[in-house]
Ligand binder design. Sequence first.
Ligand code: 5AD
Ligand code: SF4
Length: 508
Amino acid sequence: MLEVETDSLATNESVPAAAENPFAKYMPKPQVNYPVVPEHQQGFLKKVYVQTWGCQMNVADSERMLGLLGRMNYRPTEDVNEADFVLLNTCHIREKARHKVVSRLGELRPLKEKKPDLILAVAGCVAQAEAKSLAREVPFVDVIFGPDQIEELPALLETLATRGTAIGDAPHIHAEFNKEGYSIPVDVVPPYFDEGKHEVSKFINIVKGCNNFCTFCVVPYTRGREKSRVADEIIRETEFFVSKGVREIVLLGQNVNSYGLDLLDETHAHKKVSLETAGTLPFADLLYKVAAVPGVERIRFTTSNPHDFTPGLAAAFRDVKQICNAFHLPVQSGSDRILDRMNRQYTRAEYLERVGWIRAVRPDIAFSTDLIVGFPGETDEDFEETLSLVEEMKYAFIYAFKYSPRRGTPATRFKEQVPEAVKNVRLQKLLELQKRETERQNAAEIGLTREVLMLYRNRKDKGDESTWYGRSNEGRLVKVHSPRDLIGKLLQVKITGANATALEGHPA
Ligand code: 5AD
Ligand code: SF4
């Protein structure tokens, strides 16, 4: 199956050779991890403190920046007071996210005043969308740069080194969209991998931006139009991670289902794969390719827009055993009227139809979703439809948000904005409904044996050395007690306990 134009996806024409890359001088060899620094020179290493808000895409971007900074002899620190470089990677999806960044910068100002050489940078989507207003609001910041400037970080730092970082200098702004394409060549920008942490699951960016223009969403304005990485690059990154012991690959994009459509040749590029016609999809093809890399035990991906979902993807769920038994499929609302106003380009019935395609091949798959309450014009009846959809779907978990007006998006201009108090009540109702369902599903796990990929030690309770966390294939968090180091193990775990947030068990 899946006869798509793989040739156009498989070339790596857009990968610049290392020698042509303007930053190649910072990366003398295609080394993939931090260069080893002799002990007597370790005092010269600098420290970078990175704080990340928002989606997995931002987490992956922060890691990419850490990889690049590693080449420049920066090492991460968790203590902001000892940092030479403070990097805030920001999110713009809801208003609260911007407030958090501005208030964090307020907290950091005294540190910057005390240490004038400290470099203070704002990256990410707030930087992209609001560079100028941010520069006015927090003028003590040294550099503001967008997601498309990540690869230029070494050059930006070099500019700052010659220009200085004193308070009073206007922030250096760099936030233009790269209109070229999307390439993160593995040889030039080494994938970030922390040997010390024994990382088991890694994110890989496959497509950035979004063409869907949902009326509430800033992403098409902060991340631009969809641009996909060629499959070759993604496979090389997968191979690298697997060689380091990674067992789970999480493919990332604002809308992974439309991965690769921009790479198709001219005759196909204009033709958006439609729900009715397309049985094939470059994204499904990519899943087969990633699964073929020896050592890839699990594949997850996020996020999928139901609009771009085709039977080809359902077929991949049927054929590729490494694709986990969990699917995050944001619906946003259960009301057709609201879905239309959101410009989601599917109806409730079409959403359920797509769910049916997946359930036909994976009857016990765990669905999850994103929902917005209080979208402009949402009536009590519309909200009831959301509740009824959630009831019908039996999601494993949901992310629910109050609608937050974002400047520049069409929905801010819609009349009938819903009062905050109404949004609060609806959010509570929705969360309570789902909590009961999650508890019910988790309780039903007791007595079952699940395959769990162990990911990390309990970080909150440092005193408890014997508590480990992993995820079942269905994406449920599972706590396991063991005196042995379990990280990286794919265990059969007998589930013995459950609450609304996690399961508990012991190796079967
Ligand atoms: N207000 C509230 N929630 C939003 N999301 C995106 N934009 C907004 C907004 N303006 C939610 C959607 C999306 C998730 C990542 O964030 O549910 O799927
Ligand atoms: Fe935003 Fe809609 Fe694109 Fe998702 S599909 S990133 S909600 S515009």
